[in-house]
Structure formats: structure tokens, C-alpha cells
Design a protein around this ligand. Structure first.
Ligand code: PNS
Length: 168
């Protein structure tokens, strides 16, 4: 066995528009595996998210406030460049179903091609969240459905506010 090791920091990247309990499941479990976990919120100029990057950050910070080794950061551009800058040696991604596998391995292989020293760690989501994604959550909330149990409470409140205001 290797005696002692460097601190192992992972990055968990995504759009998180908004963060769901499925994401949180991965964050909580990831925070127990790695010494530190950076949640990397992508500011993507090619996408038009429901929530601004600042709103997404605020919700993520609130949802992860009790996890002492988790921090939230916004990034733009290539993930591996940001990961390298932050000294992350691992990219953490959740795997919901077999349908995610192709997309996730494609990203993982691409990232490894451009940055071989950073490995991707695919963690299967807990089964109760295997159907859940941000798009489904937004659609339920948009048409007045209840998203309790699917997202953290702060997100539930924000969604209600967003669609109440926009629905007027
Ligand atoms: O939550 P998402 O939208 O599935 O996350 C996708 C994400 C953020 C992991 C991916 O789009 C990404 O890493 N984007 C940054 C640009 C990049 O590095 N592209 C090359 C690898 S695909």
C-alpha cells in the first residue's frame, strides 16, 4: 500500500439549472470519497438557462452549506483547463442510467485526450434519482406541479417564484 498521499481534490462540473437532489446525492457521496470537492458551475454562452449563473451559484451554495469540504465555483471555457488551474486530479460525474453511459464516456475520453493527468470518476446515482434531471424538474414546476423531494428546498422556492413572476 502507498504510504500517505497528496490531497485529492475532485471537480464535479455541470450546468445545474437548477441543482436537483440527484446532483446533491453525488455531491454528498463525492465529498466522502475525496478530500475536497469543487462544484464547477458552467457559464455557457451558447446556452440559455432558466436561471442566471449567479442564481444557480446561490442555490448550490445554499444546498451544500453543511458540507465542509465542498466549494462552489463558476467556470467558463474548457473544463480540464479549469480543473488543472484548481489542482483537481479527478472529474466526478454521476451516471443515472445506461443511457448516460455513452455521453459520459465520450466526454471522459475527450477530456483524457486533451489532459491525460486528469481522470474521470463515474459514480452511479442512487436508484431513487435515476429518472431525475433538471429539465424534468423545470417542466413540472412550469406547469404548477409539485417538485418537493426532487430538489433542495431553496430550489423549490426559487422555482415557484420564477414561474409565478413569469406567469403573470
Ligand atoms: O450538466 P451538463 O450540462 O451535462 O454538464 C456538461 C459539462 C459541463 C460537463 C460539459 O459541457 C463541459 O465540461 N463543458 C465545458 C467545455 C468542455 O470542456 N468541453 C470539452 C469536453 S466535452
Amino acid at each position: 500500500m502507498k504510504k500517505g498521499r497528496d490531497i485529492l481534490i475532485a471537480i464535479y462540473p455541470g450546468s445545474f439549472d437548477p441543482v436537483t437532489n440527484g446532483h446533491l446525492d453525488i455531491i454528498i457521496r463525492g465529498s466522502k470519497i475525496f478530500d475536497g470537492l469543487i462544484v464547477g458551475l458552467l457559464k455557457n454562452p451558447n446556452k440559455k438557462p432558466l436561471f442566471t449563473v449567479e442564481e444557480r451559484e446561490e442555490m448550490m451554495v445554499e444546498a451544500t452549506k453543511d458540507l465542509t469540504n465542498v466549494t462552489v465555483e463558476i467556470f467558463q471555457g474548457l473544463l480540464v483547463q479549469f480543473a488543472r488551474q484548481k489542482k483537481c486530479r479527478v472529474i466526478l460525474r454521476g451516471l443515472r442510467a445506461i443511457s448516460d453511459y455513452e455521453y459520459e464516456t465520450q466526454i471522459a475520453i475527450t477530456n483524457r485526450k486533451i489532459c491525460p493527468e486528469i481522470e474521470t470518476f463515474l459514480l452511479p446515482t442512487s436508484t431513487e434519482y435515476s429518472y431525475l434531471n433538471s429539465t424534468v424538474v423545470k417542466e413540472i414546476a412550469q406547469f404548477g406541479g409539485c417538485v418537493r423531494g426532487l430538489v433542495p428546498e431553496c430550489v423549490e422556492r426559487k422555482l415557484r417564484k420564477k414561474f409565478q413572476v413569469e406567469g403573470r
